[in-house]
Design a protein around this ligand. Structure first.
Ligand code: ADP
Ligand code: GN1
Ligand code: MG
Length: 371
């Protein structure tokens, strides 16, 4: 699609001002994101997204979920008389027909958010303060959704963090081996097999009724919590995967992208190290906001989440690699394999430091509960 065609799509939304400069934006792996400048400097800029509807096949339900969550958060903010509700709520801009999305004549689906000015999202964390604030942001978000009726949320991607399901998908890819890549990934497949049982711990605890199902975000990468210009938690974004889940998933996915000193897809495995100060700061932020309500089993599950989330991402990247790269957007021919290797290296590092991780979580939780 040309730039002008995309700008025409932006004009299908109830935006203020005049569509100006358009630029590809962010580093997401699923949708196409554009930053839309307003030609009128007094009016807001926008984020325009082409929704990946081969992954999110039910756009209507997806957008209903997002609107439901936004309304819930907005209501809490409006009813807050004591100033205890912090930060901003994401804002959807309706299409001209009032819908939360627009379907173009070519069948593609689009949506628009108000661009949150002065905010920053980080692929790589820079300091402890950012980690603590990111933790607070996600912690507050989950707490704020605690009283949202789960029946109002449609399960857009069933089994999203179901470890057994992802292991089954890997087995299917291995059996099919459609692009003859299996012979190059024996070591990675072996890595998965050795850990498969352990990594289903959270699911088993959940199935046994040992963990409460909450409404969780399920994609708590560090770049999905926007910080303000003072690096304070400002707004949780990327609400596509909000579904019932376990708190360890959100904690673990955020830890995956904060504790790691390197990028998610770092090629040089030596560079993948743990920053324990960042981990401690993130945990204090997150558990400080949620800890009072966490059950003992949930506290136990958090450290398992730290192992499971990089592992499940590695399994998904590896499956997609074997499958011929159909799911994630890639930027080089073996990108998914490189991503999988980086995630598995992170798992190794986390395993080596597991006792320390557990101790930090336990101490932080005890402190949060005693407050
Ligand atoms: P993806 O699912 O592809 O990751 P996101 O919704 O997370 O898509 O958007 C991609 C990036 O765009 C984010 O990481 C963030 O940097 C930026 N972004 C998204 N929404 C906003 C917003 N409302 N205001 C400012 N930046 C945003
Ligand atoms: C995808 O869209 P993005 O980049 O925020 C994926 C997440 C993975 C992540 C890995 C719907 O998220 O589950 O954690 O890539 N989202 C979906 O970086 O599959
Ligand atoms: Mg994102």
């Amino acid at each position: 699609m040309t730039e002008n065609e995309i700008k025409k799509i932006a004009e299908q939304f109830a935006i203020e001002g005049t569509v100006g400069e358009l630029k590809a934006y962010g580093s997401g792996h699923i949708h196409e994101t554009y930053r839309l400048k307003n030609a009128d400097a007094q009016k807001p800029d926008y984020i325009l997204q082409k929704i990946n509807n081969s992954i999110f096949t039910n756009v209507e339900e997806l957008m209903n979920n997002i609107q439901t969550v936004i309304n819930h958060l907005q209501e809490q903010k409006q009813n807050d008389t004591t100033g205890s509700v912090k930060g901003e709520v994401l804002q959807l801009v309706p299409a001209l027909d009032g819908k939360t999305y627009y379907q173009h004549t070519d069948g593609s689906f689009w949506r628009v958010y108000v661009f949150l000015e002065g905010t920053r999202s980080y692929d790589l964390i820079e300091n402890d303060k950012q980690a603590r604030e990111g933790g607070k942001g996600y912690g507050r978000f989950i707490s704020a959704l605690a009283d949202l009726d789960p029946n109002k949320i449609f399960e857009v991607l069933p089994d999203f963090h179901n470890m057994q399901h992802r292991l089954n998908q890997l087995d299917t890819a291995i059996t099919k081996d459609p692009v003859d890549r299996l012979k190059t990934v024996a070591e990675e497949v072996n890595f998965v097999k050795e850990r498969a049982e352990r990594m289903t711990t959270i699911k088993r605890m959940g199935d046994a009724g040992e963990l409460p199902l909450r409404i969780t975000h399920n994609d708590t990468k560090f770049n999905n919590v926007l910080l303000n210009e003072n690096d304070e938690a400002h707004c949780v974004i990327d609400l596509d995967t909000i579904m019932p889940g376990y708190i360890a998933y959100d904690f673990g996915d955020a830890v995956r992208t904060t504790i790691n000193t390197a990028d998610e897809d770092e090629k040089d495995l030596e560079k993948i190290q743990l920053n324990m100060n960042v981990f401690k700061a993130f945990s204090e932020g997150f558990i400080g906001e949620t800890g009072a309500t966490l059950t003992d089993n949930e506290v136990k599950s958090l450290s398992e989440g730290c192992l499971m989330l990089p592992f499940i991402m590695g399994v998904r990247f590896l499956s997609d690699y074997i499958d011929g790269d159909n799911y994630y957007r890639i930027h080089s021919p073996h990108h998914n394999l490189q991503r999988a290797r980086a995630q598995f290296q992170l798992v190794r590092k986390l395993e080596e430091n597991f006792e320390e991780i557990k101790n930090i979580i336990e101490q932080t939780s005890a402190k949060a509960k005693s407050k």
